[in-house]
Design a protein around this ligand. Structure first.
Ligand SMILES: Cc1cc2nc3c(=O)[nH]c(=O)nc-3n(C[C@H](O)[C@H](O)[C@H](O)COP(=O)(O)O)c2cc1C
Length: 138
């Protein structure tokens, strides 16, 4: 089983409705491919983990990389794992702009992640962006 994580930047203004549209497609395809994962969006950047059979993850990542809705896609990690970290979701997702409860929600979403590096990648992303949003609206 392959677990792949990348970060990217949204192209143009990307609203929550755009993310909803991405998620709808993602969930439909991921169910068919047996791919699970987590997607965070902070209004500017995406952070996503894809996990599943190697061929399925590679196929999904290939499509995602060619998607013009984001750019500057940087793979943060790619590794073989025995167990899924996000097995319950075809694609769980969270918008960091969603408000003050978001850090706790991301903590909950990453509770099942055994790998401390991966857990901190998501939790750190949520904390830094939530803090930046609070600072800019103060
Ligand atoms: C940030 C981001 C994350 C995405 N995540 C997924 C995903 O997990 N699975 C997926 O199939 N498509 C995902 N997509 C959409 C794909 O890039 C592509 O549009 C889609 O797979 C095409 O599916 P379709 O041919 O069924 O319309 C994502 C797109 C973006 C911009």
């Amino acid at each position: 089983m392959l677990q792949l994580t990348y970060i990217s930047s949204a192209v143009g203004p990307c609203a929550e409705s755009d993310v909803d549209a991405i998620l709808k497609t993602a969930r439909r395809n991921n169910v068919i491919l047996g791919v699970t994962g987590l997607l965070l969006f902070d209004g500017r950047r995406f952070l996503q983990t894809l996990e599943g059979e190697t061929a399925s993850v590679n196929a999904a990542y290939q499509r995602i990389r060619n998607d013009p809705r984001h750019r500057a896609i940087v793979q943060l990690s790619s590794k073989e794992t025995k167990a899924r970290a996000f097995g319950d979701w075809a694609m769980a997702a969270q918008c960091i702009s969603a408000g003050p409860g978001v850090v706790a929600q991301v903590d909950a979403l990453t509770e099942t992640v055994a790998d401390p590096n991966l857990r901190e990648t998501f939790r750190g992303f949520a904390r830094v962006r939530a803090a930046a949003l609070t600072a800019s609206s103060a």
